[in-house]
Design a protein around this ligand. Structure first.
Ligand SMILES: [Zn+2]
Length: 274
């Protein structure tokens, strides 16, 4: 059995502000250690429950957060960027389930830790009219290969978002956000024990969650925070400008729609000012 773990940092326990999540932040060295510990807890849980192979995707910023030497050596690490499938690069039909660790809610969610969808310059993303954030985008990529998301660890808002989109998914809230930049957290050791137990449980007693499937053509709409962002997103061939801030693109399947989104998220960040 193969398990794919996609790991972000904003939804890690005891991470509350950009001082943690930005690579030049005062608390970033601590945050990457906390992230590594949570991912290790999930890896250990997966192997102890019978997984034979675990692939971990370092999925925050440019993918250089997890401390490779401290990572459980049984796991393979996908790191660096850019990657065609970004936070899910390497996912395919050989995996039995995906786990999301350190995940956060979509941009625009209240009482949710450091929320955004790929970048603060994107307000909203839809696939076929369904509003999604990183949980939905990445669950849809796994779903394309028939892989369900069995377990999500993140803040309470991320867990609620996952449960609404992926009924039956096992979730673990590692903190409760107070607005966007404050949170109530458990001790990291306690959080890691809970992640370990939940990861094991997600395999030994698999949730009845289905893969998130968008079949056939997928219409992507991206609402930017500025018209200049939409100008740049609209430079991609076959995009349509729907209004001042919104660009759409119809992909032949979810993978193509995601590739367009991934490219848009790079383009909106091209200029250093808004
Ligand atoms: Zn993220």
């Amino acid at each position: 059995m193969k398990i794919y773990i996609s790991a972000d940092i904003e939804g890690v326990g005891s991470v509350a502000r950009h001082e943690h999540s930005r690579v030049d932040g005062r608390e970033y060295p601590l945050a990457r250690r906390l992230m590594t510990n949570e991912v290790n807890a999930a890896i250990r849980g997966a192997f102890e429950a019978g997984a034979m192979d675990v692939t971990v995707s370092d999925s925050h910023n440019v993918g250089l957060n997890l401390l490779p030497e401290e990572l459980d050596e049984r796991a393979r690490l996908v790191m660096g960027s850019p990657r065609t499938l970004s936070m899910m690069h390497g996912i395919d039909a050989t995996f039995s389930a995906a786990f999301f660790v350190g995940y956060h809610a979509m941009g625009g969610t209240m009482d949710a830790s450091i929320v955004h969808t790929f970048t603060g310059r994107i307000q909203e993303v839809h696939f076929n009219g369904v509003k999604i954030g990183e949980i939905g985008l990445n669950a849809a990529l796994a779903g394309h290969f028939g892989v369900p998301v069995a377990f999500v660890a993140g803040d309470l808002a991320a867990c609620r978002e996952a449960e609404a989109l992926l009924p039956g998914v096992r979730t673990l809230a590692v903190k409760e956000a107070i607005g966007a930049y404050a949170a109530i957290c458990e001790h990291p050791a306690k959080t890691c024990r809970a992640i370990h137990a939940a990861a094991m449980e997600a395999i030994t007693n698999p949730p009845k969650v289905k893969p998130l499937v968008f079949s056939g053509e997928v219409e992507l709409t991206v609402r930017c925070t500025t018209a200049s962002g939409a100008d740049r997103a609209g430079m991609i061939p076959r995009t349509k400008r729907l209004d001042d801030l919104t660009v759409s693109y119809v992909g032949s399947d979810v993978i193509e729609a995601f590739k367009a989104f991934n490219t848009m998220s790079c383009l909106v960040e091209l200029v250093p000012f808004i």
